[in-house]
Structures are given as C-alpha cells and as structure tokens.
Design a protein around this ligand. Structure first.
Ligand code: SF4
Ligand code: SF4
Length: 276
C-alpha cells in the first residue's frame, strides 16, 4: 500500500536531502519510492517542504502528497504549529523534532505523535543544527522501516569519509532516543494556517524551462485522460469537447504526458528559440 510522507524544515536543515535519503533507503529495503522536493524561495531559514512516496509496486503518481500518512518536522519551532498536522490521514504519524516528550505535544488531531530531540543530536554529532539525519533514525524506529542499515547505505552513497561517519552516528542516536509513539494528546490546537510552500508551475510561470514541448494530435486522442492524470504540474486542462488542452504557463516540458499517452497522440517537439 502506498505511504505518503511530508517533510517540513527550513532552508539549511536538509529537508530535501532527508527526502532523498528516505526514498533511497526504502529502495534498498526492496520498495519502490519517489522523492519530491518543493523549492520555494531558496534561502537559509525559509520554510521548505519535501515529499516521499513509498509503495510495494511502481510509483506512477507524481502529484504532491496531499493527505500524508506520515509527517516529519525537522525544525523545533515549526514543530509547535498546528498547521504541520493539517491534511494528515486519519491515524497518521506526526514525528517532531522537539525537546519534550510526546505527551506535551500541542499539535493535535486524530493522529499519533512521537518526538526526538534532533537538534541536540545534530549539534552533538555533526556540530551543526542540520537535523535531517538526526531525525531519520527516529523515523525508522517510530515507523518500523526503513532498516537502519538501509539508511546508513543511503548516507554512505550521499556522503563520504568523516561526514558520512558523523551522519551515521546521528541516525543511530536518533533511533535510540526516539520516544514512544502515542495517540496525539489533544484533538486540535492553536490557529491553523496555510503551509507556506513554494511552487512549480502551480504558482509560477515555468514556460521558460521548456526545451521540448508536447504537441497533441487531437485526431489520434481517445480522451483517456492519462496525460491529465500524470502531468506533475496540472498543466493539462479538460475541455468541454472531452479533450486535453495544455496551459503553457504551467508546462515545464518534462515529457511525462508523451510517455503516458497509450496511443502515441502526443509528440515532443523542440521549442524554437528566437534570438530577439
Ligand atoms: S510536458 Fe506534459 S506532463 Fe510535462 S508539464 Fe508539460 S503538459 Fe505536463
Ligand atoms: S493520454 Fe493521449 S489519448 Fe489520452 S487524453 Fe492524453 S492525449 Fe488523449
């Protein structure tokens, strides 16, 4: 069964690296996985969100994870915000970087919570408040996968030498120091506000990213909606004539729709660059 994970952090805490390490470790466990970074304003300290999907079968969906089964929060201040638990699946797990036990968590809902003092672990193992690996061990403990050896293997693929050794120490400590998983002590608490994430085509004009662009042959198109389902940017609209239509502002030219069309109705054509 597919498991969707949302990771919150701030620029500099390694949320995107955490998503990659988690997806790689799940792959080493024999699962299929996908890491989806979400870049907004890229600067140290700005809220960053990343997503991971893990399944027993090939992951074909490329949308963001909208109802995560697991939310992992790398930043202690963000850990106090109710918005982190918003949109979680019923019974989901909220893993917080917090210096207090789960009984004192004020972020609520029909979910379970666990805490680990990842900032402390990071400062003592890495000498920096980079909390991504200092929370991944706790993830393995609280969730039951991936195996600690798989996370270590993923870390040694990403880093080398002393840096890798320090990060491996961080995951082991975080595994040992993770709290118990308990039902959230409060049902809902505090003000809820929208999660500040950046965006790709949904929020920005990404038309300048295209080197190739999809061109749909409407005579061949059967209206199966595959392209509409699999476009990661929701760049394909559905018309009253039951046909797809591309919103060019949102299309980044990834070519996924071309691959997913079962009847070869979408051609990938080189964008003409005008030197004006
Ligand atoms: S190339 Fe296709 S799948 Fe990719 S963004 Fe454009 S419309 Fe969507
Ligand atoms: S995937 Fe191909 S056949 Fe299906 S709606 Fe899109 S263009 Fe048409």
């Amino acid at each position: 069964m597919v498991v969707g994970i949302r990771i919150h952090g701030r620029g500099g805490q390694g949320a995107v690296t955490a998503s990659r390490l988690l997806a790689t470790a799940a792959y080493y466990d024999g699962k299929f996985s996908q890491a989806i970074p979400m870049y907004g304003t890229e600067r140290r300290g700005a809220p960053v969100t990343a997503y991971v999907r893990v399944d027993d079968v090939r992951v074909r969906e490329r949308e963001l994870v909208h109802t995560p089964e697991i939310v992992m929060v790398l930043d202690p201040l963000l850990s106090t915000r109710q918005t982190m638990a918003d949109d979680m699946a019923e019974g989901g797990l909220l893993l917080l970087n917090a210096a207090y036990p789960p009984e004192e968590v004020k972020t609520g809902g029909n979910i379970r919570v666990a805490t680990v003092n990842a900032t402390n672990i990071a400062l003592e193992t890495l000498r920096r408040p980079i909390t991504n690996t200092a929370i991944l061990g706790a993830f393995a403990k609280a969730v039951g996968w991936p195996k600690l050896e798989s996370i270590e293997k993923a870390i040694r693929k990403q880093f080398s030498g002393r840096i890798a050794d320090m990060n491996v120490e961080a995951i082991k400590r975080s595994y040992d120091e993770c709290s118990e998983v308990i039902p959230a002590p409060v049902k809902i608490a505090g003000e809820s506000e929208a999660i500040a994430v950046g965006g790709y085509g949904v929020l920005k004009d990404v038309s300048s990213w295209r080197v190739f662009q999809p061109v749909i042959d409407m005579d061949k198109c059967t209206g199966c909606k595959n392209c509409w389902i699999y476009c990661p940017e929701t760049a394909i609209k559905w018309t009253d004539e039951n046909k797809p239509e591309i919103e060019w502002r949102k299309c980044k030219g990834c070519g996924i729709c071309v691959n997913e069309c079962p009847v070869g109705a979408i051609e990938f054509k080189r964008v003409e660059i005008k030197n004006e």
